[in-house]
Design a protein around this ligand. Structure first.
Ligand SMILES: O=C(CO)COP(=O)(O)O
Length: 138
């Protein structure tokens, strides 16, 4: 599965600790991240992460492009709900596209944990049918 990891600055330590805790699950998947988040994850784990640009410079939009093509299977986006971001429109756009495509997205650590445990149990097999599933078409 293709997994996106994104964390705002005050959530980066939480993201790194989370990825360390579930490293054995993440090891079996392709990881993508915004620039700084990806760097911090790679510095603290043995995982390889495809890094896009930093979020404020367009990284959220680059991940959004994969989401729009239904190429991302899970998005973990630890947002900072207490600090305004200069690229807020990009953030909203990314989350909107997750809803357009029906892609699982976690914006806090509790939801992330539930989704990653589900992933570890092999419960994301339905994503293999993604080419057959067209959003908005019943
Ligand atoms: O700003 C971000 C997401 O909106 C995160 O970007 P970085 O991982 O580059 O800090």
């Amino acid at each position: 599965m293709n997994i996106a990891l994104i964390a705002h600055d005050r959530k980066k330590e939480e993201m790194v600790n989370f990825v360390i805790a579930y490293e054995e699950v993440f090891r079996h998947h392709e990881l993508f991240a915004t620039g700084t988040t990806g760097t911090k994850v790679m510095e603290s784990t043995s995982l390889q992460v495809h890094r896009f640009m930093s979020g404020p410079l367009g990284g959220d939009q680059q991940i959004g492009a994969m989401v729009a093509r239904n190429e991302m299977d899970l998005v973990i986006f630890l947002r900072d709900p207490l600090m305004a971001q200069p690229h807020e429109p990009d953030i909203i756009a990314l989350l909107r596209l997750c809803d357009v495509q029906g892609i699982p997205v976690a914006t806090n650590i509790a939801s992330a944990e539930l989704l990653v445990r589900s992933l570890g149990r092999g419960e994301f097999g339905w994503r293999d049918l993604k080419d057959k599933y067209k959003p908005g078409v019943i």
